[in-house]
Design a protein around this ligand. Structure first.
Ligand SMILES: [Zn+2]
Length: 248
């Protein structure tokens, strides 16, 4: 019998979170990855996953030394703005909370991580009052080395070690963005392109019946990014262990 998922884990897209996520992958957890693990940025994904599965708990794991928090901290400290997608997916959470008082609330990007964690827990509890909500701040105080790449996929229970190995991508420097609609990855893509200089994006198709939908979403993403000519998006298929056993 196929094991049904009962838990969602929201984790930052940062490559350093791949091993940490895999270490808590019990086969019944659906992983959602986005910039700073910001829950409001994945609300449509959470709604769709909780509608389709019997989810009883949500685990939420931001981390220290977060690139998305450094990016947001710089923008907020200078009183600047960003693209519509980055504002909506990430910055609006702290902007609407801090009003014009940001520099008194957060003095460093790590302060922002802690503030976003507090706001994120409240947000999840408010939207899913019947779920068990837990959170932990991961410690990732070391640099990512190696060529940075990014995987875009639907949320899944697949281990990142497996995904990276099938796609021949570096496990320790591949960022991951997972939403139920890839168009919502635009915040993560723009952020990784401008702040991390990632140019190669791999769309991983986990369920082949979704292929057409995913190709349509990728067409929208390509159109939205057409002013950034160096971005390359390829579409590849990956097989979960369950799928491979079925084929065997
Ligand atoms: Zn991060």
């Amino acid at each position: 019998m196929e094991v049904q998922p009962n838990k969602i884990a929201i984790i930052c897209m940062d490559a350093r979170m791949n091993r940490i996520a895999d270490s808590i992958n019990d086969g019944r957890t659906i992983f959602v990855r986005t910039a700073a693990a910001n829950p409001p940025g994945v609300i449509n994904t959470l709604n769709s996953l909780t509608e389709k599965n019997s989810i009883s708990s949500i685990f939420y794991m931001p981390h220290n030394d977060c690139g998305a928090c450094k990016f947001t901290h710089a923008i907020m400290s200078k009183g600047e703005g960003s693209t519509q997608e980055i504002e909506k997916g990430l910055i609006s959470t702290i902007r609407s909370y801090s009003k014009n008082n940001y520099s008194n609330i957060c003095r460093s990007p790590d302060d922002l991580s802690i503030k976003l964690q507090e706001l994120g827990i409240n947000f999840i509890q408010h939207h899913y009052p019947t779920m068990a909500v837990s959170s932990r701040m991961a410690d990732t105080s070391y640099q990512v080395t190696g060529e940075k790449r990014m995987i875009l996929s639907r949320p899944s229970s697949m281990k990142y070690s497996e995904m990276c190995s099938q796609l021949e991508l570096p496990y320790d420097s591949t960022y991951v963005s997972q939403h139920t609609n890839l168009i919502e990855s635009l915040c993560d893509i723009q952020l990784s392109s401008s702040a991390l200089h990632i140019t190669n994006f791999t769309v991983a198709i986990i369920d082949d019946s979704e292929r057409q939908k995913i190709e349509d979403e990728v067409a929208v993403i390509r159109d939205a990014l057409k002013h950034v000519p160096q971005i390359d998006i390829s579409i590849e298929e990956v097989n979960t262990t369950a799928e491979r056993e079925k084929i065997r």
